[in-house]
Write a protein that binds this ligand. Structure first.
Ligand SMILES: Nc1c(NC[C@H](O)[C@H](O)[C@H](O)CO)[nH]c(=O)[nH]c1=O
Ligand SMILES: CC(=O)[C@@H](O)COP(=O)(O)O
Length: 154
């Protein structure tokens, strides 16, 4: 077997950017709280975490790209909550957020986490924002630390 690349979940010398959508703020603020908790519990200093609020999930990739281009961040976390309504709007917002976030990571070389909760119902969103199904912001924070450290190995 050749080399095995695996990163530690240690965030002591990492600088992290977070982009969070204000749409459904009562839930995205919980995702942000979960992300901050996940970063700090793994050693990231509060002063090494920058947060940018954008109108909604659709705008997350735009500011994530701006942040990535500064080359100041080891990883970026995109947070948002998209809940299906009665029109096709949901699909456009989700698709662009997912595609955009993936694209920012691939084009800038800075890992960008997909911490966007996409649900059919408000109950499903609440469950993933710090209640019975955990907190997707926390999960994205742990993934950001892993990817930031893994990225340094290449
Ligand atoms: N419906 C949701 C949106 N919609 C707003 C868009 O994200 C965007 O801000 C607007 O279309 C202006 O470009 N955003 C969410 O984050 N969650 C939603 O459920
Ligand atoms: C996900 C959304 O964009 C949603 O809030 C919009 O709802 P609707 O499709 O009822 O306009």
């Amino acid at each position: 077997m050749g080399q095995v690349f695996e990163a530690q979940l240690v965030g002591t010398d990492l600088k992290i950017g977070i982009v969070v959508g204000r749409f459904n703020e009562f839930l995205t603020s919980k995702l942000l709280g979960g992300a901050m908790d996940g970063l700090k519990r793994h050693g990231v200093s509060e002063e090494d975490i920058d947060v940018a609020w954008v109108p909604g999930a659709f705008e997350v990739p735009f500011i994530a790209k701006k942040m990535a281009e500064t080359k100041k961040y080891d990883a970026i976390i995109g947070l948002g909550t998209v809940i299906r309504g009665s029109t096709t709007h949901y699909d456009y917002v989700c698709n662009e957020a997912a595609k955009g976030i993936a694209n920012v990571g691939l084009t800038t070389g800075v890992p960008v986490m997909f911490g966007i909760v996409t649900t059919e119902t408000i109950e499903q969103a609440i469950e993933r924002s710090g209640t019975k199904s955990g907190n997707k912001g926390y999960d994205a924070a742990v993934s950001a630390i892993e990817m930031a450290n893994l990225n340094r190995l290449f």
